[in-house]
Ligand binder design. Sequence first.
Ligand SMILES: *Cc1c(COP(=O)(O)O)cnc(C)c1O
Length: 359
Amino acid sequence: MKKVEIHPDAVERIKKFTVTDNQLGFGKYVCPAMIVCAYDKGEWQKIELIPYGPLAIDPCAKVLHYGQEIFEGMKVFRHPDDSIHMFRPEMNARRFNVSAKRMAMPAIPEELFLEACDVISAYCKNAVPKRLGESLYLRPFMIATEVGMGIKPAKQFLFVIVASPSGSYFSGDSVKVYIEREDIRCAPGGVGFAKTGANYAASLNSYEKTLKLGCDQTMWLDAHEHKYIEEMSGMNFFAVMDGVLHTPKLTDTILDGVTRRSIMDIARGENIEVVESKLSIDDILKASEEGRCTEAFVCGTAAVIAPIASFLDKDGKTYRVKDPQGKIGMSLREKLVGMQAGREDAPKGWLHKVRNVDI
Ligand SMILES: *Cc1c(COP(=O)(O)O)cnc(C)c1O
């Protein structure tokens, strides 16, 4: 295992870093240190903790032209005894490599990924906020740094982690979902299952429409029939119908969310029936009209769970969900947030304690 090189100037800056804002928001603050690790000549070089600052990128770096880029999003929590814990980071490490493979990028050994996350969390421990629902959000990413206009997979990359003390992504209000029936986010055989910037870039045009129509989230349907629910631009989807929790079955056009998996595990533990299947949007809208779809919600690391108030279709018709502060969704949210914060017992292996370092 390669040791992480800690730059003293990064530590000096961390020591002076405090955030007193009680409205942390999401991504508003970043820690003054970051992890960098270059990939060159077929191998990962040393991992370093350096002061946060601009990256020197050649204008001809391939990431700037061809979008060879992947990322992750994960959270680190402060428990009541002040110990610091990462939530299921090995899931992010594994998914990072799934994304890397699809984007013709080198895998990063899981233990190197985890070590880098542990180090930045350990050194930024004073920036891990205390209140329930708050966390240190880690954003690991990898970009193709090789210089050259030729369209071919790069051979040089940079792995980076930045850390942001964050509150909840959502205020807790329920969200309005716009059903996108024209644009598609991705297609079978594409990169939908990879956490890569391309998927987000493809979603932004619809996000503008979504906002203009007074909605908060874009719902994507399958590329072929425009009929089956896939997910939001950055979150997975659940609906409660007749007391059963439904979510679209994973395909290569859906991102395999850690929150989605955790919610299914918690729900099953509470004896809530969970069904993963093809979910047609028309069935959900009909069930909403009939009051059988009692709740629906979106989920992801940043927001955890946000309840859905309504769906807006392209003909301008709004379908309200019966219970916009759904009991099942809200109780699953409370359970998951409680586990992450060390206030409820979590399944074995879900929390990884971060080492203690003196800074
Ligand atoms: C990150 C992401 C999610 C949520 O995944 P989590 O692991 O729960 O954070 C869902 N959909 C897309 C497209 C994403 O990029």
